[in-house]
Each structure stands twice: as structure tokens, then as C-alpha cells.
Design a protein. Structure first.
Lengths: 233, 233
DNA sequence: CGACATATTGACTGCCATCAAGTAGAGTGG
DNA sequence: CCACTCTACTTGATGGCAGTCAATATGTCG
């Protein structure tokens, strides 16, 4: 399902890229220095809900989904993890979500005890851990607003703009350049609290309105960001 | 709109009550010792979105709502603050939400700098701040699941059970005892991503189903918790 | 090419929102 | 104590957005 690999190549290339996403430089280094890189194939489980939270994770490449399943199969994706994102640090003893690879991915794992040790190292380290939780909180709160009060069009517009922002961090591309969508329609739907059909229809509408251009199902260009921001709410 | 008062009486009574809600004993003491108590009348604004975040808050008595407004008036309540709850600590310089009193309330305020100072005092203090953010994150994530995937009935059932849990902490009452609902139907609706009509109708349905008993609009008894938990998802 | 997963499109349904009365409580003044 | 008023809540009728069910299209990989 997943195997240990050596990823010095990955480490160097990502350490060189001045990513602005993770607010916690010290934590990132912790993963680079004492983390074990693991490869996960598409749809492989990284950890499961209620499983002991022995490890914390950082995405090196690929993409992951952090989600919850209801007893009848309904699924809600809380967040996507893209390169640089840290996830799986828990207050309690067990994971409160399931984490799965969306695409073939490399994830670095560090022991829970190492994170705790890091937190008690110095004030700066403790602050970065607090900042990480706070940033996750802010993201979750934006998500609450989206799910509670936005229409399908607004949700999809917000999603596209958010994805453009994160993918612009890694690849310094032009504004109107096409971007890859790493997740399936089902993933997008479960993130936005919609169905695949509604996501698909909304994207088609956006294309008809001239807001986006779909080169393939997984490759989209934002043609009219101003209009998308209007729809943002 | 709001005035400074002396609340030694409040402080003593609440310090005596062994509340299990706040996970951070040190932080609570910070508010009790160096916080200024302020009284807010119903619907008074405690702070406003985008306002400088000079103060953090802790509810002494009453209840508050932490919410966001969209440009066209749609409102989403992210969380309710009940006695003991701490809110308004921000990573950035400004508040990302509006906080308002739901009922006449007493709130203790401490300077942002005091919180920062507290965080750098020792490892235990830093940890409690991290734990606070993490707990808020967990609550927000549950909220995401509720708004993304639950039906109206499930949302209301979850809300009632949650309220019963928190009010059971302050007042050690019997399980089937009636509890006061401090917030209006509009507040509940804006918290659950519904309309007042749907909230009202759902409560009426629950009463017809024998799950709850509404003595008045703001006083409810949970008659069949097992059935409510079924609806929880 | 053929098989399978993924995505799109169409027809129809249903849950919840909207619009509109009607009712109940809380507070006020006579 | 009782009208009066105002706000909060409930109930009813109707509509629309997104969900469901179903068929077709587009990739993707052996």
C-alpha cells in the first residue's frame, strides 16, 4: 500500500522553493530533519479516524484529503493538504479524521513525541505550533461560512480562487495560466457540501459565462477572476 | 451601550464552581486576575470584525455570539460563547469576527499584550494557548461536518445535545430536566445554516415525535436523548 | 480496441427557503 | 388589572435550488 523511500531529492527542491504557505519555519525543518518520508499511492490511507495519533504528517508532494465519514456513508472533507501543509497533530491520543492520498504522494512523518518535544524546546517553537493551530482554525471558520451560507456557485468560485492561490505559491505562474486540479469531482463535492453533479454543472455554467476555461476535466484556467470574486460573497 | 462595573461577586462565585469546560486553568486565572469586567446589554457589540484586536475576552455570565456578516446581510454564527469560554485571541492584528452579547452578559477583557506575555511565560502556559486553539479547531471541524452533510433535523438534534452538554457543566442538573435556551431562533438558525422557520418547524416536529418538550420557546426538556443521538448522524 | 473509472448532461423530486399570516409573551402605561 | 404595543415565535402555502436517478460522454489504462 505504501513503502519507505529516500527523498533527498524532494527535500532539496522543496527547501529551495520559498514557499509562503507554512507559517512555521521551525516546524517544517523538524519534518525535513527528523521525518521519515513515505510514499502513498492514489487513494491509499495515511491514517484512519480513531487510530492512535502516533505520527504527525507533512505533505512533500502530491495531495491529501482530511475527511470524516458518517455512519451512512456521507463524507465531509475538512481540508485538502498540499505540498508544505502539516496535518495530523492532535490534542488527544487518537486521530479525529481520516487522511488519504488524493494522488500519488510523498508525506513525511514525525513521531508525536518529537512534536511535543519541539513544542517545549523554546518559546518560538511553541508559538509556531500555536500559529499552526490558529491558521487551521481560520481556514475551518472560512469553511463554516461557505457551508452555512453560500450558494453552489459561490462555493465553487471560492474553491477555484483558493486553489489558484495555493497553486500560485508553488509554481510562480501567470494569473490567467491554466492550473491542474489534483482532486476528483467527488472530492470537490465532499469538500463543498455538494454533489458531483452540482459541481460539474456549476463548472459548466462558469465556462458558459466565460469565467473559466476547462481544457480537460482536471485542468482549468480562470479567465475572469473579478467576476469569480464577485461570486465569492 | 456598556459600562465598567466591579464584579468581585461574580468572580468569587464562578471561581468556586468546578467548571470542566475550559481546558486551560492558567488562562482562566489570567482573566480573573488581570482582566477588566465589563457589562454588555443584550445585542451590544463586544467587538467588531476588522477592528484592532487589542483585547481578548472571557465570558463570566450570559452568552455571546461570534459571527460573520456577508455583504448582502447573510449571517453565519461560528460559535456561541457561554460562561468560561475564551474568545477573541487573534493571530493577526484585527478581529476576524464580530462578537455580540446574546443576553445581558459580563465579559472579562485582558490586553492582547497580556496574552502574549502569558504565552511566553512558560511551557505550560504556551501549551494551554495551543490547547485552546486546538479545541476551537475541533469545534469548528464538527461544525463543518454539520453544515456540509447533515439534514435540518440532524442539525437541530446536534445543537440541542450540545447545548445540554454545556449547560450540564454549569448547573449539575438531572438528565431530563428542562434547560434554558439563551439564544433566539434567529441565532440558532444562523448557527445551523438554516432559517428561523425551519428551526421552529423542526422543534415542533421533535415535540410531536416526543423527543423534546417545549415549556416555553426558550425552555426545552430533552425527553428522548437516545432518539436525538440517533438523529445526530 | 475494449473495459473501467470519471465526468457531463438531462429529467424529475424533495427539502428547505421564501413569502405571508397568525399567535404568544414581555414590557408599558392607563 | 387590563388594553396596547412590539418583538419573537409558530404555522401555512408556494417556489426554487440543489439532490436523486438515469443515461451518455470522455478519458485512461491494460
Amino acid at each position: 500500500m505504501s513503502k519507505m523511500i529516500d527523498t533527498d531529492g524532494f527535500r532539496k527542491s522543496f527547501a529551495a522553493a520559498p514557499s509562503e504557505r507554512p507559517p512555521c519555519s521551525g516546524l517544517a525543518e523538524l519534518f525535513e530533519q527528523s521525518g521519515a518520508a513515505m510514499q502513498f499511492t492514489r487513494n491509499a490511507e495515511i491514517y484512519c479516524e480513531d487510530e492512535p495519533a502516533d505520527y504527525a504528517c507533512r505533505v512533500v508532494s502530491g495531495a491529501v484529503r482530511i475527511c470524516k465519514l458518517m455512519s451512512d456513508g456521507r463524507r465531509q472533507i475538512e481540508a485538502f493538504g498540499l505540498p508544505g501543509d502539516i496535518f495530523g497533530i492532535e490534542l488527544g491520543d487518537s486521530h479525529r479524521f481520516t487522511a488519504e492520498a488524493i494522488a500519488d504522494s510523498v508525506v513525511r512523518l514525525v513521531r508525536r513525541s518529537a512534536v511535543i518535544g519541539f513544542a517545549t524546546r523554546d518559546a518560538e517553537a511553541a508559538r509556531s505550533l500555536w500559529a499552526l493551530a490558529t491558521r487551521d482554525l481560520e481556514r475551518a471558520q472560512e469553511h463554516v461560512l461557505l457551508l452555512g451560507r453560500k450558494t453552489a456557485q459561490e462555493r465553487v468560485a471560492t474553491f477555484l480562487l483558493g486553489l489558484a492561490r495555493t497553486s500560485a505559491c508553488g509554481i510562480v505562474g501567470r494569473a490567467d495560466q491554466a492550473m491542474e486540479i489534483p482532486m476528483s469531482r467527488q472530492d470537490i463535492a465532499d469538500y463543498l457540501g455538494l454533489t458531483i453533479e452540482t459541481v460539474s454543472r456549476t463548472l459548466t455554467q462558469f465556462e458558459a459565462m466565460g469565467l473559466i476555461a476547462l481544457r480537460t476535466a482536471r485542468n482549468v484556467a480562470l479567465c475572469d477572476r473579478a467576476a469569480l470574486r464577485e461570486l465569492n460573497g
